[in-house]
Design a protein around this ligand. Structure first.
Ligand code: GLY
Length: 371
């Protein structure tokens, strides 16, 4: 059960540890031991058949009682109806849960977000432990305490900042991850390199084959480095009043493309890759950064099979390439303050800053440059 990294998320009174390793799911008994034995695992229909038995077995080994609550997999189920169903089920367990009971979320970002929100609100807050099973959740969603649901009015509009007690990441489980899902996480890893650690891009480039073939040691190292970046950003700014907004690099135009394309047409990683390319284009047009820096990032994205222009994607609706439509969507984004679209732009390798004065012309030119 090799643990490869232990990273601390330092928050006043709520610090917690992120443990990264290989084949560590079987060592979960200590969670039960620390919780008077009662654990409720929240998972989805994709992950339950793969890993819930192993997790439950290790919890029972520690003579703890564990129940499993499963909901249907997919972003379309991250809503109030699923929340109500999961909440009803957790509150109907016999014997009843109490405030010492621990929620374990086992799955990707949807499970962590929804299950974390259930933990935040059941009995006014139960401790929860996050066991992410996708690279995207490992390096992004599982760390930092954003929990919540999608509303009719938009994604992630219902929720709470609620930090887990611990995050346990097993790099070995990524071997069952579909390629698109891997790409979603890799786009965020490139983002972390651009915003905080340029040398991370060297690591990714030097290990492309091992990463894309899910070699556990390499993935554990990749995850450890990325979690350290995410942890330091969250430790400095839990509530996104400052530097946590840097994590939105590539997401402003990326989200707009994803929304305009319609649900499921392109993956989140593909959208973020295009958004990062567009943000580099804006930075270049403002003479913030040299074109060779943008070229390096485009090369790595291509090596990771992520798109760098619209032609790299088939079936992209015209709507998703339309600069006016994308600008309109950005105006309604929840991160837009008082009508001003805030952009995170690179200012040197591994360093970004926030800009409130990007013009419509610069945005539209960057979208047009995508093809
Ligand atoms: N995924 C962005 C954040 O955690 O702030």
């Amino acid at each position: 059960m090799p643990i490869t990294h232990e990273i601390s998320v330092d928050l006043p009174g709520r610090s917690y540890k992120v443990t990264v390793g290989i084949d560590i799911l079987t060592g979960l008994g200590r969670i039960a031991a620390a919780s008077d034995g009662r654990v409720v695992v929240i998972t989805d229909s994709n992950v339950r058949p793969l890993y819930a038995d192993a997790v439950q077995a290790s919890l029972s080994d520690a003579s703890g009682r564990s129940d499993v609550i499963e909901f249907p997999a997919g972003e379309e189920h991250k809503n109030l109806a699923t929340y109500e169903d999961v909440m009803d089920r957790i509150l109907s367990l016999e014997p009843p849960i109490d405030r010492r009971s621990v929620v374990v979320t086992l799955g990707g970002g949807v499970v962590g977000d929804l299950g974390g929100f259930v933990a935040a609100t059941a009995l006014r807050g139960l401790p929860f432990v996050n066991l992410p099973t996708t690279l995207l959740a490992d390096v992004d969603a599982a760390v930092g305490g954003k929990t919540g649901l999608n509303a009719q009015a938009g994604k992630n509009l219902i929720g709470a900042f609620y930090q887990p007690e611990a995050v346990i990441i097993d790099a070995a489980v990524l071997k069952t991850l579909p390629a698109d899902e891997l790409g979603n996480g890799l786009a965020e890893c490139v983002k972390h390199g651009v915003i905080r650690d340029w040398a991370l891009l060297d690591f990714i480039e030097d290990n492309i084959e091992k990463i894309t073939s899910c070699q556990p040691d390499t993935l554990a190292e990749l995850i450890g480095r990325n979690v350290a970046i995410k942890a330091s950003v969250v430790s400095a700014d839990e509530r996104e009043s400052g530097e946590r907004a840097h994590l939105n690099f590539g997401h402003t135009i990326g989200h707009a493309i994803e929304t305009a394309a319609g649900y499921g047409v392109l993956s989140h990683g593909q959208a973020v890759a295009l958004g990062m390319v567009a943000a580099f284009d804006i930075a270049e047009s403002r003479s913030l950064i040299d074109s060779s820096v943008a070229g390096r990032v485009r090369k790595i994205l291509t090596e990771l099979s992520l798109p760098v222009n619209f032609d790299d994607l088939s079936n992209l609706p015209a709507e998703a390439r339309n600069p006016n439509r994308l600008r309109e969507i950005m105006a309604h984004d929840k991160k837009t303050l008082g009508g001003v679209v805030r952009f995170v732009l690179p200012v040197s390798p591994g360093v970004v800053a926030i800009f409130d004065d990007v013009t419509d012309e610069q945005i539209k030119a960057a979208v047009a440059a995508l093809g």
